[in-house]
Design a protein around this ligand. Structure first.
Ligand code: GDP
Ligand code: MG
Length: 162
């Protein structure tokens, strides 16, 4: 069985864009795996030295009542089956309360976490990254998934944690 990584974060931070960037190799298999719902998308990343499965989750949104229960459940299942969690945040929006909520949930799993700070294109990189340093996540990497920038480093960091 291939190792699994899950892309988790608020809606609109760029998870699906990152998923596409990571799985776009020519022989990437993008298909639902047997026994799971269609709410999560699976692909294989083959751009590193070893292949791994990437799960694109629906966004974890608000706390408690605001949360879409089904989506949240799907995200939790993805977290459960993942070996590494990629926590995607948006450098343009900055750090929002929902990001903290999601991170708290990820941390409860005890699994290794990489923070991917997306949409850094056109921003001052040091400023953009500084805001997310409060997470205290050693693996916090800048990304511009839409421009395929930073994905190689992210794949390398992921592999080190698998
Ligand atoms: P998801 O809801 O987390 O899956 O986010 P999407 O992948 O659907 O992206 C949400 C929006 O952000 C889309 O309009 C993307 O084009 C945009 N986006 C994604 N990655 C980047 C990026 O690296 N830079 C910029 N500027 N926009 C991005
Ligand atoms: Mg998406």
């Amino acid at each position: 069985m291939l190792p699994v990584i899950a892309l988790v974060g608020r809606p609109n931070v760029g998870k699906s864009t990152l998923f596409n960037a990571m799985t776009r190799s020519r022989d990437a298999l993008v298909a639902d795996m047997p026994g799971v719902t269609r709410d999560r998308h699976y692909g294989v990343c083959r751009t590193g030295t070893r292949p791994f499965v990437v799960v694109d989750t629906g966004g974890l949104t608000e706390v408690e009542e605001g949360i879409d229960a089904l989506t949240a459940q799907q995200v939790r299942f993805a977290i459960e089956e993942a070996n590494v969690l990629v926590f995607v945040v948006d450098a343009r929006d900055g750090l929002l309360p929902q990001d903290r909520t999601i991170l708290a949930e990820l941390r409860r799993s005890g699994k290794p976490i990489i923070a991917a700070v997306n949409k850094t294109d056109g921003l001052d990189l040091q400023n953009a990254m500084a805001e997310f340093a409060v997470f205290g996540i050693a693996n916090t990497l800048p990304l511009a998934a839409a421009h395929n920038r930073g994905t190689e480093d992210l794949v390398a960091a992921t592999e080190r944690l698998l």
